[in-house]
Write a protein that binds this ligand. Sequence first.
Ligand SMILES: *Cc1c(COP(=O)(O)O)cnc(C)c1O
Length: 412
Amino acid sequence: MSVTHTLEADVLRRQDPQLADILHGELDRQSTTLQLIAAENFTSPAVLAALGSPLANKYAEGYPGSRYHGGCEMVDVAERLAVERARDLFGAEHANVQSHSGSSAVLAAYAALLRPGDTVLALGLPYGGHLTHGSPANFSGRWFDFVPYGVDAETGLIDHDQVRTLARTHRPKAIVCGSIAYPRHIDHAFFREVADEVGAYLIADAAHPIGLVAGGAAPSPVPYADIVCATTHKVLRGPRGGMLLCGSDLAERVDRAVFPFTQGGAQMHTVAAKAVAFGEAATPAFAAYAHQVVANARTLAAGLAAQGLVVTTGGTDTHLITADPSPLGVDGRTARLRLAAAGVVLDCCALPHGDVRGLRLGTAAVTTQGMGEEEMVRVAALIARVLRGEGESHTAREEVRELAGGFPPYPR
Ligand SMILES: *Cc1c(COP(=O)(O)O)cnc(C)c1O
């Protein structure tokens, strides 16, 4: 059986040309537009190969050495390898690599530490908290009593005084630090200190920066948090999925919280692909990549600011930028649509000051393609031109096609 990745699978084209066309259409879209969605990246062909492997066939409830199914000899080795590599990569005593997604990892962290009705302090959704940080539309907001902290409206930085005051007033069972849109490093030592003062657990939701942590380009939450939740598919560049890191003291609670409390059988092809990604992330080449991601984001942020956009916190420490395009005469939503028409793909997000919608961008994917700071200067200028409505929109689309064409994400 072929273990090559889907894009090379002639078998799919022969059997199901309709779906093969869809896959190739998506590859074409990814190769001819600019992927500036902060949560996206291009996994390696090796990761795709593991995802498209016969491990997808295997049922494996439980953990290596104690499964509810027979025939787990090989997948046990794969999962042990993934766990070992994750532990080594992040210097954690324990790793659980079975979470199906970042949200599942957060759910498991809550399940390990909390009971329904417990009070939890987390960054409010309007300031960049994730759905799982207390949204009423999510289990978190329904089952726990979330108290939101915010960011300073002027600086865009987490309001540490407010965090401390709210912690003292509400005595939460857990404090969550981590965000979908915070461009700066999080002060884990500060959160640990506040958690200790009020006797709370500290959960770091490092879904975004964990890849920078792996490459030594961002400070690690591992020495400070009781549990670190993360995704494996953002800057970390692995398969779509989640993971949890913790000390040996919480290992058993975390494992039980994932299986059997919140999930069934592990997806062993994804677990194997996570092992591949952890192996890649441990290389000097990945460290260089992570630092380039940040350098590119800083250059892109400076470029956008020079073009008149208001960049939240004045810049970035990470792969992620949020910016208000309104000085150029467009709101966030219009800006996103205009940019999409030009082939520049990014998200809208809430901005700290009031209910203005802004833009959220990230440099993980374009850096994987090999783009550098020179290209980021060009991208900033291009974005500003599109937002100002200068020139024909098809000219911008052509320029994007030409730029992306120079940096194919996969060999063709
Ligand atoms: C992306 C993200 C998640 C959720 O990950 P999914 O894989 O989409 O479920 C959770 N928390 C934070 C902070 C994130 O950025």
